[in-house]
Design a protein around this ligand. Sequence first.
Ligand SMILES: Nc1ncnc2c1ncn2[C@@H]1O[C@H](COP(=O)(O)OP(=O)(O)O)[C@@H](O)[C@H]1O
Ligand SMILES: [Mg+2]
Length: 408
Amino acid sequence: MFLTRLSLTNFRIFSRLDLEIPRRVILLSGSNAQGKTSVLEAISFLATFSSFHASNDRQLLNYNLTPEPIQVGRIVADFVKGERAHTMEVRLVKEYNGNPNAPKFRKEVLLDGVKRRISDLFGQFNAVSFLPQMSKIVEDGPAERRLYLDQLLCQAEPGYARHLSNFNKALQQRNALLKMLGEQGGDARQLEIWDEVIARHAAELMQARINVLHELEYAARPIHSKLTDGAEVLRLVYQPSYEPLPAPKGQMLLLDSQLDRSGLKVEELENGYKVALRANYREDINRGLTSLGPHRDEFRFFINKIDLGDFGSRGQSRTVLLSLKFAEVEWMHARTGEWPVLLLDEIMAELDPKRRGDLIGVLDEVEQALLTATDPEMFTSDFTQRHEIWQVKDGMVFKQTQSEPSLE
Ligand SMILES: Nc1ncnc2c1ncn2[C@@H]1O[C@H](COP(=O)(O)OP(=O)(O)O)[C@@H](O)[C@H]1O
Ligand SMILES: [Mg+2]
């Protein structure tokens, strides 16, 4: 798939930006703090409906707006997917409602002019982002890796976003009841109705995670082997909080035991998880939270049977991330039948010339990619001649062939 137009209104540094986007590789070049990353952030928002940068959607609205009862930021994009043209519009709305100190904030998304629930819109537009902060996937805690998997699955697995949202809502209710039972006492069987709901959704989440990790590993292994000249075997190891398989006999190492969960049916996961929940009632009531479940899942990267998070070097982590991202692009293409739009923020600068060449090879495969760089010198003249180079300056974008900014 590819974008044909992007228009931003009051989004970050951009008051108004209107760009026609060609179906090719585009390099956004310019000094720091000009708006390059914000363009990628806006495009990525259309795929994940959250920012890869900001912890809060409010930060996306231009902060120089004059105070008005209602302020609206907009991302509007035309894109082509499977030979059909679509328009996606994201509205970020800040409303004061008479109280200047307590504005309300909401986001709305429209597809082809019709307002829709966000959980129904995942997967309409697909992007894969390569960002400097993606090292968090390896370096940070399990929450970061769950977020990574969830965002990927929301984009490519129909129904996943809905299961995730329903699971999280029901989990909150269950935790509230656990707290109440802990403080006031009462019949623990009241938990059963929440067990039913969370288990139904948890089983779908777990099954999707089992499958995606299998498929990503399958795609990433040959890529990683190639990037390391055959020196490293990469494995992605799911460590579910609720383990649906019976414990292996004896002292087998987790990695060596063939923990193949791919044959498990959704009903088996659901029933097994319910039994595990019930067995934990006392502990959960004492702690006031649900101790087992997909909200506590983990997955680890192993290289030559060694846990990368514990023992890997920075260089190794970087290469693993590149393998993972390349695999993600392939996986998404296989899953959806469409190439995702690639977004690469200052990534080239981090790579040695060989890796840079590998990355450029991937850019040639997809339909559209947008890259940012402060220093276009790092690209070969062959690259800059073949691709579009745009200058970003102070919230405006200048196409190199034009003398005027592409503002309307
Ligand atoms: N909500 C906002 N409203 C207005 N300007 C913003 C907002 N958020 C960030 N900026 C400004 O945008 C610029 C950073 O944009 P960014 O896309 O990160 O630039 P680049 O990638 O070119 O370095 C900074 O000057 C920052 O002050
Ligand atoms: Mg930047």
